[in-house]
Structure formats: structure tokens, C-alpha cells
Ligand binder design. Structure first.
Ligand code: KIV
Ligand code: ZN
Length: 529
């Protein structure tokens, strides 16, 4: 029978250890609410002994997110009374609180970090568990640096803390040293001994990604009997990060033939959670990151696009809809073939071409694709309409729409403390519009000036800027998410001038809104340049 794997999310503790990713109380509570929607079993909300701010944030998560739910709320303590008290006083407001403590078991930790004997460290751990048990029934013990520990000492520690009352044993690969096969064998041995001693105690793993093997090690542990996994959203965490929740969960779901286990994660909430964590922590997700990267469901080669359009399983093992995305994305570039271009055109209502007409349009598409990185929906309108105008043929498909799209011609931005302001010159078809606005900052002023021209009032949900290349000529990439009519539209643009890239991204987003209004069937809400 399929076994349940408990998902322990440590985005708010190990994930928050990433330099610069510190969250305030409100942000922690909001992410915790989203993790609850995602369906994690346990949230590790922080390290309350580290600061008053973190204590307050963990307490707020326990009170606001953990009070009316069976989901466990925990936080980290070292195996010392003050830390344990601090965790208890922060998490006790949750319906199902737990104390999590950590103490090293490797020779390096015992001898070099603590300068104590193994027996002394073991006793400190046992005493700490006994003390924590006087406060709460649920206590997790983590044997830090387990992957580099002497196995018999590791087991002696686990046996002793289980007898002292620990209800979960977490075995961390703290420095990402483990190798899947060896690690799996070790977990199988520990699982065997633990289940013989007390099969109500859960065996957990916590894997770091220093050698890029965190997900593989976590999955190897599952195959060898682990009941619980400690993971973070987008794989963030100390140094190279932790095993990524979305990778572990989707591997289990996709390869049921290998793992035969399940989680209670609502996978359709994965993208929402990933975006929230990335935006609050200011940590971009690598574009080719499995499951949550921008390109994870974007297909660009002509051969792949053709295969997908014939049968999605040709190149798709995870359905984008399963992680909360609308659809796969067929990015139109110079490498796209006829099949993909025809498909994109037909979604815009252009589906009645003579063969020779399509060839002419495809030729124009390739010319534009060669000069631009990507071609998107509003470009297709222009390509089709130009083709019919130039050839003086009658467009059998559509009336003219291309003059509804906007293009930025010029802009000027003044950034100062008192009156950040922007002026823009924007073209739509033959018409040129000018507008100026003052805002709370230069981007706010810029977007107000553009909105004034377009008359399309959108809500800016997310604004993100990153560098694509280095040096003086570095390209700045701007990615924005806007909301219009209850729909989110994602748009991107890149330029050496980041203010111009910001304006282009906004114009791309507005053009996507216009495409969505005129296209006869739903089209992708992503626009890129
Ligand atoms: O990596 C580690 O060992 C940890 C423990 C606190 C579980 O983060
Ligand atoms: Zn860790």
C-alpha cells in the first residue's frame, strides 16, 4: 500500500538563512498562510532564540496560521534550555506545536566545535529532549552532520534520544556530502533499527545541495524507508540550498512506479508559493530550475514544438497545469517551425490561409525572429497584416488589429526625492501620444505616464529587475506581473537601459491584455522580448 511522506517545510528557517532574504513578521505570516494552502504537514517558522524579531514572527505564525489547523508549527533550538524555552514560548499558540532541536554527531562537531567527548554530547542531547518533553509532547531531534558521523555513534544517539521521548528523528546531510546510494543504505539501516525500537517515531531527512544532489539524496532516503522530508520552496537555504519541495513532490508524483508513496501537497499551489517566496525574499529563481524556473515548461526548438503539438507526452512529463500554470509555453523564436507558428496564429484567429499565403507570412516571421530574440502574439498580428497590405491580397481571416498595439518611442525620467517624474512618447499605429506623470518613485511615475496614454489601468503585482550580463554594457532584465480583469499577465524585457526595459516590459504587458481581448480563444499571458 502506498505510504504517506510527511512534508516539513523549512523555507522560513533554513531558507531564510540565505544572505539578504530576511523577512519581516508580516511577510513570514503571509508565506506561512500560502504554505498552509500548499498543504505542507509541518512549518518550521524560524529560530526564535536568534532575535526578538524572529521570536515575534514565529509566535505570529503560530497564532495566526497554526491556531485553527492540524498542521504542525515548529521552530529551531540548540540543545540548550534557553533556546528550548524560546521555541516553546513562540510555538505554544499553535494547535499542534513541536520543539525541534539540533546537536552534532560527527567527530568534527563533537570534538572541534564543542570540544567535548561523545558521551558528554550524547548526555546533553538526552537531557535536552527530556526537558523539551516536559513542555510539549512533540519533539524532533536532529543529528547535525549525520552524513559524516560514525554510524554506530549516530545510532547510539538516536536510540538514546528516542528512549528519552523524541517523536521524530531528523538525519541531516548538513554539508551536502552524501551520495544517493550510500545515503540510501544508511537510511535503510537506521529505519530498520528505529522501527524495531519504536515504529511510531518518524524518520526524517534534511539534505543540502552542495554537490547538486539534495533532491536525489532525499528521494533515495524515501526509497529506503524515510517517512518525512525537510525541504524548502525553490530549494533555497544555507549555501547551495536545501532539497527543493517542488522537485521532491513532483518526482514522487511523476514516478509513482519507482517510489510508491504520496504527499498531501496540493501541487496546483506550487507556482503561487514559488512566486511569493521569490518576491518576498528577493531571490530570483534560476530560469532553468526544475518545476519552478521560467523555462521549465517553455519549449523553443522547432523539433520539440512540432512533437508537442502532435502529442504533448512527446516532450512533457509534468503537466504545467498540475503545478498551477495555465499551459505549456511555445516560445516563438527563429528556431520555431511552421507547425508552432501556425498553431500560434490559429489561436489568434488566423486559420484560413492558402498554402502560399502561409509561406509568405512564415518568411516574414523568420525575418522578424532573426532580428528579435522572441516574437510574441502582438507581433504576429503586425506580421499578418503587413503581409496582406504589401501583397495587396485580401486578408481572409481578420479585420485590422495591429494598430491597436503600443510601442515606446522615447522616455525621460527624473529621479529625485521630492518629485520623481516621467515623460513618455508612445506610438499606436499612426498615432503618437505624449504624457507626463509624477509618482512615488521613478518607476511609479513611468508606469503612471504610460497608463495615462493607454487608458488600461492595471495593478502592478510584481516588479523584478536583474542583470543578464556583466560589465558596462550589462543588460538589465525586467520582469513584471500585472493584474487586469482578475487575470495575471507576465511580461519581460531586456535593455542596457533599465528604465527603458521597465517601460518595454509594461508596454508588452499592456499589449498582452489587448491580445487577450481580441483573440478568439485564450492565449498565453506571457510576453517576452
Ligand atoms: O543542515 C542542518 O543540519 C540543519 C539542521 C538544523 C537540521 O539545518
Ligand atoms: Zn540545513
Amino acid at each position: 500500500m502506498s505510504r504517506k511522506i510527511w512534508v516539513f517545510d523549512t523555507t522560513l528557517r533554513d531558507g531564510e538563512q540565505v544572505p539578504g532574504a530576511k523577512l519581516n513578521l508580516y511577510e513570514k505570516v503571509e508565506i506561512a498562510q500560502q504554505l498552509k494552502k500548499l498543504g505542507v504537514d509541518i512549518i518550521e517558522a524560524g529560530f526564535p532564540a536568534s532575535s526578538q524579531g524572529d521570536f515575534d514572527a514565529v509566535k505570529a505564525v503560530a497564532q495566526k496560521v497554526g491556531h485553527n489547523s492540524n498542521m504542525m508549527i515548529t521552530a529551531l533550538a540548540r540543545a540548550v534550555k534557553d533556546d528550548i524555552d524560546s521555541v516553546y514560548n513562540a510555538v505554544k499558540y499553535a494547535n499542534n506545536p513541536m520543539i525541534h532541536m539540533v546537536l552534532g554527531t560527527s567527530d568534527i562537531h563533537v570534538e572541534k566545535k564543542f570540544s567535548k567527548s561523545k558521551d558528554q554530547i550524547l548526555q546533553i542531547g538526552v537531557d535536552a529532549v527530556k526537558y523539551a518533553k516536559t513542555l510539549l509532547p512533540q519533539v524532533q531531534y536532529s543529528t547535525e552532520d549525520a552524513s559524516r558521523s560514525d554510524f554506530e555513534y549516530l545510532w547510539k544517539t538516536i536510540e538514546a534520544v528516542m528512549k528519552a521521548g523524541a517523536t521524530m528523528i531528523n538525519v541531516p546531510d548538513t554539508v551536502g556530502y552524501a551520495e544517493p546510494e550510500q545515503w540510501g543504505e544508511m537510511i535503510a539501516k537506521l529505519n530498520d533499527r528505529m522501527k524495531n525500537l519504536d515504529d511510531s517515531v518518524l524518520l526524517s531527512v534534511h539534505c543540502h545541495n552542495d554537490l547538486g544532489m539534495a533532491t536525489a539524496n532525499t528521494l533515495a532516503a524515501i526509497k529506503n524507508g524515510a517517512d518525512k522530508v525537510e525541504v524548502t520552496m525553490n530549494g533555497i537555504g544555507e549555501r547551495a540550498g536545501n532539497a527543493a519541495l517542488e522537485e521532491v513532490v513532483m518526482a514522487i508524483k511523476t514516478r509513482g512506479d519507482v517510489y510508491d508513496v504520496f504527499t498531501d501537497i496540493n501541487t496546483k499551489e506550487i507556482m503561487n508559493t514559488s512566486r511569493l517566496v521569490s518576491s518576498f525574499m528577493g531571490l530570483d529563481v534560476q530560469v532553468n530550475k526544475a518545476i519552478t524556473g521560467d523555462n521549465a515548461f517553455a519549449h523553443s526548438s522547432g523539433i520539440h514544438q512540432d512533437g508537442l503539438l502532435k502529442s504533448r507526452d512527446a516532450y512533457e512529463i509534468v503537466h504545467p497545469e498540475d503545478v498551477g500554470l495555465d499551459d505549456m509555453e511555445l516560445v516563438l523564436t527563429a528556431r520555431s517551425g511552421r507547425h508552432a507558428v501556425k498553431n500560434a496564429l490559429s489561436k489568434l484567429g488566423f486559420d484560413d490561409f492558402a498554402e502560399e499565403e502561409f509561406e509568405g507570412i512564415f518568411e516574414n516571421f523568420l525575418k522578424l525572429a532573426d532580428s528579435k530574440k522572441e516574437v510574441y502574439n502582438h507581433d504576429l498580428y503586425v506580421i499578418v497584416e503587413n503581409y496582406y497590405e504589401k501583397t495587396e491580397k485580401n486578408n481572409p481571416n481578420k479585420e485590422s488589429y495591429s494598430d491597436q498595439f503600443y510601442d515606446i518611442e522615447d522616455l525621460q525620467i527624473i529621479s529625485n526625492a521630492a518629485f520623481p517624474s516621467a515623460s513618455v512618447k508612445i506610438r499606436r499605429g499612426e498615432d503618437v501620444f505624449k504624457s507626463s506623470a509624477v509618482g512615488s518613485g521613478p518607476i511609479d511615475a513611468l508606469y503612471s505616464a504610460i497608463a495615462d496614454v493607454t487608458g488600461i489601468k492595471v495593478k502592478l503585482v510584481e516588479y523584478n529587475i536583474s542583470s543578464v550580463s556583466r560589465g558596462q554594457e550589462a543588460l538589465g532584465k525586467v520582469k513584471i506581473i500585472i493584474e487586469y480583469g482578475g487575470e495575471n499577465y507576465i511580461a519581460k524585457a531586456a535593455d542596457t537601459d533599465i528604465l527603458k526595459a521597465s517601460a518595454m516590459a509594461y508596454i508588452n504587458a499592456v499589449n498582452s491584455v489587448i491580445v487577450a481581448k481580441i483573440a478568439p480563444q485564450p492565449v498565453t499571458t506571457t510576453a517576452t522580448v
